[in-house]
Design a protein around this ligand. Structure first.
Ligand SMILES: Cc1cc2nc3c(=O)[nH]c(=O)nc-3n(C[C@H](O)[C@H](O)[C@H](O)COP(=O)(O)O)c2cc1C
Length: 320
């Protein structure tokens, strides 16, 4: 495991990925950290983030990470995130914004080099198998090998994408990863705040699609399972229609999550309305998002057959 994580007091080489839209909050992050891994609270408005971090601290004295999505992070987000033990950033030009330990999730060698040059304490390389928003364009272990070759030996490189069980974690570590980062597997835990029916759909799913469909306010590729909106709008080649991509691109300047959230509160989500935002069906979100919103999941969803307590999962993934 990386010296960085060991120094922080993380005992197991298992990191729970920050999952936005409110999926990974204090319950999940604290359960993973308390079990010896590193739990991550997702990007949230700054005051909510502070509250979530406080609640996580009440449950565990172990380190907690906070994830920020760079397109939406303002100074107040960084100030709130700086209270965490680790800040993990994603999507866009890496730049040091907080003094403490900082990891940046990357999808290419160029991006990993940029993060290293910007002073990141480590990088997470994301493979194309990943769930949620996907920066990677090649399999995770291939990118891992190329990034390790490109960066100084010993520099912490963690890997994300397609990992679901202890064998996958072992293979990632054997390939030189300093830790394994898992999203979809932890979404399928008791503590994640995905709606129970969303978890149920993932239990039944075998297939994912990499798309730009749910890009209103944030036109970026993401991996989801099929639902009514995906069936309705994606063409036979799994393509988002050109006009819909153009609409999503035009909406990018509005792309503050707060704006998209306000809009979503006013316009009831419907699979037939082409205002398909990146907000997933969390337990507090309208039920209609199950068919009108993104059901983010990675390719590993085909191999995940249960919903388990996150602490138990963390220990099992680490083989301990
Ligand atoms: C539901 C979901 C939401 C995600 N949201 C974020 C996010 O807000 N920030 C981020 O850095 N990564 C996010 N990711 C991507 C993860 O960081 C990670 O790359 C991915 O989950 C790894 O692939 P896996 O899902 O196969 O484990 C998300 C992934 C999922 C499944």
């Amino acid at each position: 495991m990386s010296d960085l994580l060991a120094r922080l007091g993380v005992e197991l080489p298992v990191v729970q990925a920050g999952m936005g839209g409110g999926i990974s909050r204090h319950e999940l992050a604290a359960a993973v950290s308390e079990a010896g891994g590193l739990g991550t609270i997702c990007t949230l408005p700054p005051d909510t983030l502070r509250g979530e971090l406080r609640s996580a601290r009440e449950r565990t004295s172990k380190p907690i990470a906070v994830n920020l999505l760079l397109p939406f992070a303002r100074r107040a987000h960084f100030e709130a995130a700086a209270e965490a033990d680790v800040v993990v950033t994603f999507w866009g030009g890496p730049r040091r914004r907080t003094a403490g330990p900082w990891l940046h999730q990357c999808g290419s060698v160029a991006e990993a080099r940029a993060a290293h040059a910007a002073g990141a304490d480590g990088v997470i390389v994301q493979g194309v198998e990943a769930g949620g928003h996907v920066r990677g364009v090649e399999p995770a272990l291939e990118l891992l090998a190329r990034v390790r070759d490109a960066l100084p030996s010993g520099y912490p490189v963690l890997v994300a994408g397609g990992l679901a069980d202890a064998r996958d974690v072992r293979a990632a570590l054997d390939a030189g990863a300093h830790a394994a980062v898992l999203g979809t597997r932890f979404l399928m835990s008791e503590e994640s705040r995905a709606r129970p029916a969303y978890k149920q759909r993932l239990l039944e799913a075998r297939e994912t699609v990499l798309t730009e469909l749910f890009g209103f306010g944030w036109p970026a590729p993401h991996r989801v399972i099929w639902n009514e909106a995906a069936e309705r709008w994606l063409t036979r080649e799994d393509r988002t229609p050109g006009w819909l991509r153009a609409l999503n691109r035009a909406s990018a300047p509005l792309g503050r999550l707060a704006f998209v959230e306000r809009l979503a509160a006013r316009v009831p989500p419907s699979p037939s309305l082409p205002l398909l935002s990146p907000l997933p069906p969390t337990d507090g979100a309208p039920k209609a998002l199950l068919d009108a919103g993104p059901l983010y999941a990675g390719e590993s969803v085909a191999r995940i057959q249960d919903i388990r307590p996150a602490g138990e999962l963390t220990r099992a993934l680490a083989g301990s």
